[in-house]
Design a protein around this ligand. Structure first.
Ligand SMILES: Cc1cc2nc3c(=O)[nH]c(=O)nc-3n(C[C@H](O)[C@H](O)[C@H](O)COP(=O)(O)O)c2cc1C
Length: 157
């Protein structure tokens, strides 16, 4: 059974990591896109507020049969110590019954504890089982280094 890598990425860092995972595992790659992306100047205020209040955002329809995917990686940037609203929407609208889920994050800082606890609770409410996770710092880190860290992290799976 194929693995699936689903991700949302505003500035490309989570996308980099998702691409590494998909390539390493020969997995299907699926980008979650917002129907109306938040204009850049409002991302911190509006996006951060939506994240902190566990809101979703309107996302484009998804064209993947999750029943074909036993293992699902879910990638998000950390926003206000939580997953991004677009990823909340994906989780809220999906039933993960029987699926093993590996959430992963990119983040400016180096503390992913809150975000992991938050996304785990949401995944479990959607019937998924979290079987692993990892997080990669992106601020002040070159893309090459992010790719190297992602390759290292994926060795565990
Ligand atoms: C609205 C907003 C809130 C953020 N909040 C946090 C945070 O709480 N902790 C953190 O470490 N980084 C935070 N960041 C930084 C992002 O998590 C980081 O830049 C991430 O790698 C971006 O991923 P992307 O390029 O896939 O969008 C925030 C960024 C934005 C835009």
């Amino acid at each position: 059974m194929k693995s699936l890598v689903v991700y949302y990425s505003l500035t490309g860092k989570t996308k980099l990591v998702a691409q590494v995972i998909a390539e390493a595992l020969n997995a299907t790659l699926l980008e979650i896109e917002e129907r109306r992306p938040i204009p850049k100047p409002f991302v911190y205020l509006s996006g951060g507020f939506a994240a902190i209040t566990n809101r979703g955002s309107k996302i484009n329809p998804i064209d993947v049969d999750l029943k074909q995917c036993e293992k699902i990686f879910i990638g998000s940037p950390i926003w206000a110590s939580r997953p991004a609203p677009a990823i909340n929407s994906f989780i809220y609208q999906t039933n993960f019954e029987g699926r093993s889920i590996i959430p992963f994050f990119t983040m400016g800082g180096n503390n992913s504890e809150n975000a992991l606890a938050n996304i785990t609770a949401k995944i479990e409410r959607s019937q998924g089982k979290v079987v692993g996770s990892f997080a990669i710092t992106s601020y002040g880190v070159s893309d090459e280094e992010i790719i190297a860290r992602a390759k290292e992290a994926i060795k565990n799976y």
